[in-house]
Design a protein around this ligand. Sequence first.
Ligand code: ATP
Length: 518
Amino acid sequence: MELSDVVATSRTVAATSSRTAKVEALAACLKRAAEDGPHVVEVVTAHLSGTLPQRRIGVSWRGLQGLPDPAETSTLTVEEVDAAASAIAAIGGSGSGAARSAAVRDLFARATADEQAWLRGLITGETRQGAGDGVMLQAVANAAEVPDAAVRRAVMLAGFAGPVASAALTGGAAALEALTLEVGRPLRPMLAGSAPDVAAALATLGGEVVVETKLDGIRLQAHVDNRTSPGTVRLFTRTLDEVTDRMPEITEALAALDVETLVLDGEVIALGEGGRPQPFQVTGARTASSADVDRLREEVPLTPFFFDVLHLDGADLLDEPAHVRWSHLGRTVPPAWLVPRESTDDPERAQQFFTDLVAAGHEGVVVKDPALPYAAGRRGPGWVKVKPRHTLDLVVLAVEWGSGRRKGLLSNIHLGARDAESGDLVMLGKTFKGMTDEMLAWQTERFRELAVDPADESGWVVSLRPEQVVEIAFDGVQRSTRYPGGMALRFARVLRYRDDKPVSEIDTVQTVRSLAGW
Ligand SMILES: Nc1ncnc2c1ncn2[C@@H]1O[C@H](COP(=O)(O)OP(=O)(O)OP(=O)(O)O)[C@@H](O)[C@H]1O
């Protein structure tokens, strides 16, 4: 399939605000892709969703500066782009940076100006033509003439839209039905709803609940497969990125379990003295890359905690009630790996558990309904989180150059929430509070990379590509005419930058309004 076809489809989708028109354009493109076989459907679906099937290929925004002039005519095919991406991703070892740059240049030299812009977006993960998950999955359902609920179910279990689209367009409803949890392939994790306090969480769920420690580490989905090659373990994050190489101590411990196949859900965390959790930044830094991992595992060892089992020795457990899954979990992993939890229907007892945990340095609790199944990819009704203070995950829209002690540093950040109705990002305020010197240095570097116009450092306010998620604490919400959302956060301050949450999942203007009681 011609790359120009996909680029033109993307442009059509971006140019219309009509959901129906977007879906029609995408569905028509998928049908044309299907003429070239299932693999092309998979690749085109990934590309139109703004991702490469290879996910990351080790080329950054910087690696895309100073590329060759565009070609006059379009000759590239989707298959060629896919093969080039796989080849670039596979380059490793010494001199790999230069080899990757050369391969990127070769690819870009064959692309027209429009195609270069498209490829740049794909490689940096910034394609934003409006084919979000919902629109794309509807297009797959329409193109394959299958119910959209069947497509959504399959994508939760298969993790990504590409393989689901290729199954739907080539094998229809039967092929979708056959897509179930597969050991070794990540599924989308279940997410939690939230409640303002423990009593409210108990009231929401009703009856006997399980109150679990909310560990402030990194979400971890672990797949163990001893069938053909004993000791095969794969680890994935909340965003389904593979992190097996970054956590050798976890991989080794899991490889020693006496199981045939196993999929676990949990959290990995660095513990300090006396088992007290280290600040999130410590776990975050330890798990950020696989560089220097042999030294780091000695200095900052990780401890795994698991709170769910989704598959055990050939049996999928997703639809089992939570208490059944937990009893399998208890029989499968060592007791030290189980998330501390307490079963109760008494709000006072639950409150005491919460208070003790927070005093011990934990983030809060997750209250769970023992009777409910695992809701892959959704904020299922069975999990409700409670934290001692409310925080928001927002996106940084722009940043201002600092003055005085912060001269030369990018300091005051402009915060945006998502409007759930329009999908737009809406500014809710600014903050320069809560940043340590280390964070200031890091963010100056990071925001330079995200600058819409990296060459222009003359302005006081630097507009950014909206990609960096930040967790913000605040003391309240007030009405304000200063910002377009009509409200502002009081005493907003930065708690941490988050790379484990995509911008599509940041908090909404509607959530902020409901917190204010409007
Ligand atoms: N016992 C637990 N059960 C479930 N999730 C837990 C538990 N302990 C820690 N977590 C973490 O808390 C998160 C649950 O909250 P949610 O699903 O809303 O994700 P989130 O948006 O990343 O939330 P947050 O910002 O509160 O961590 C999980 O993604 C997981 O990483």
